[in-house]
Design a binder for this molecule. Structure first.
Ligand code: FAD
Length: 383
């Protein structure tokens, strides 16, 4: 069932219509097969890029779509309802363009049209084996050596690892904790950079996740984004926006599961009537719908604050927490609605359930979101 959206402009309505058409014709027929075969959907990103959907929230003069975040996120949600790996990929790519766009020198910003136009796909390389939730503990080193930084270390869990054309890399340039981290733009074919085998994951199998190994890799010094030692605030600012992307992906996934569950419940008969006519099951579906719609309202509220230039970090954490917890619950309940069939790979809801789980984990686990929200509350209480 198509979601009834309140969009701010006729242009936004056209964008949603275009996304639905691409989702139905190009994405939906390929999703199950690519996920089963763990095949990276590079062509899907090309299609979205050609349609102008890979740089939506960036200004037009930088090569982006000039759309409010509110619109970008609803496009993302539409993609997430059909193919979570691709929606997460669009979100990660958009996150990866944030640092070059917001903090890059002119020479780096010159590459933005290719990044935002979809010719180049991005990755965001912050996490390491021993630095996940505590990202400031990262140990990958970048040591200045004339015109280059020599980078050594291993990044872990990198979405699009080995597939991306560029990575936004966070590496240590001094031992001064979070203040000793710098940000770099690194090409996918950077000498000294190799990739681990893709992780064997529970879900999002079409979305490649791999380690990045840097072995004395000479990254040109003019590839640094922002000042030396100012990388960590850039990483955190990017994640504030990125979390909203994951919230939208999660709502899309939950909407997709709800749609499947309602359609099945209206058709499946037991005791001589469709199972949806049993109040016990209709209440389950009603709770699922309430979870999806309230999660959508939560991310839209945060996005509208961002679009108006208001602080939105607390609301972004709340949206990520609410939306991904809702997606986990709704996809699990969708399996319940389909009974034994829901537990098989013949129907997509078990895949949705596996895909929902990671959304509670990446871009800051939901415990970390609670920590962020709690800190905001404490700060407000202190006045
Ligand atoms: C499929 C996938 C894709 C990813 N893509 C990327 C990517 O593109 N780029 C990137 O940089 N990273 C990426 N990540 C990494 C992801 O962001 C981390 O996995 C996440 O931040 C958690 O880190 P961790 O796995 O080391 O868990 P840990 O930090 O070790 O946490 C383990 C558990 O402890 C809890 N915990 C930790 N600290 C606290 C605390 N202070 N209070 C309460 N609970 C706490 C956590 O919530 C969690 O439940 C990806 C991960 C996955 C699984």
């Amino acid at each position: 069932m198509a979601v009834e959206r309140m969009l701010p402009t006729p242009e936004a309505e056209d964008l949603i219509a275009l996304t639905r058409e691409i989702a139905a014709k190009e994405l939906a027929p390929r999703a199950a097969g690519a996920e089963r075969d763990a095949a990276f959907p590079r062509e899907a990103f090309r299609v979205l890029g050609r349609a102008g959907l890979l740089g939506l929230p960036y200004p037009e003069d930088a090569g982006g779509g000039g759309q409010p975040y509110e619109v970008y996120l609803q496009v993302l949600e539409e993609i997430g309802a059909v193919w979570a790996s691709v929606a997460v990929g669009v979100s990660v790519h958009t996150l990866s363009c944030f640092a070059p766009h917001s903090f890059g020198a002119d020479a780096l910003r010159g590459r933005l049209p290719d990044m935002l136009g979809g010719d180049l796909l991005g990755g965001y390389a912050l996490s390491e084996a021993q630095a996940g939730s505590d990202a400031a503990a990262l140990s990958t080193r970048a040591v200045r050596d004339g015109d280059v930084y020599r980078v050594t270390g291993t990044k872990m869990w990198i979405t699009h690892g080995g597939e991306a054309d560029f990575y936004v890399l966070f590496a240590r340039t001094s031992d001064d904790g979070g203040r000793g981290i710098s940000c770099f733009l690194v090409d996918g074919d950077q000498p000294g950079l190799t990739f681990g085998a893709p992780e064997r994951k529970m879900g999002l199998t079409g979305s490649t996740t791999a380690q990045l190994h840097f072995d004395d890799a000479p990254v040109p010094a003019d590839r640094r984004i922002g000042a030396d030692g100012e990388g960590f605030p850039i990483a955190l600012a990017a994640l504030d926006s990125g979390r909203l992307g994951i919230a939208a992906c999660a709502v899309g996934l939950a909407q997709g599961a709800l749609d499947r569950a309602v359609a099945y419940a209206a058709e499946r008969e037991q005791f001589g009537r469709p199972i949806i006519e049993n109040q016990g099951l209709a209440f389950l579906l009603a709770d699922m719908a309430a979870a999806v719609e309230s999660a959508r309202a939560t991310y839209l509220d945060a996005a509208r604050r961002k679009d108006r230039g208001l602080p939105f970090a607390r609301q972004a954490s709340i949206a990520k927490l609410v939306a991904t917890d809702a997606a986990m619950r709704v996809t699990t309940d969708a399996v319940q609605v389909l009974g034994g069939y829901g537990y098989t790979r013949d129907f997509p809801v078990e895949r949705y359930m596996r895909e929902a789980k990671v959304m509670q984990i990446f871009e800051g686990t939901n415990q970390i979101q609670r920590m962020v929200i709690g800190r905001h509350l404490a700060r407000a209480a202190r006045g």
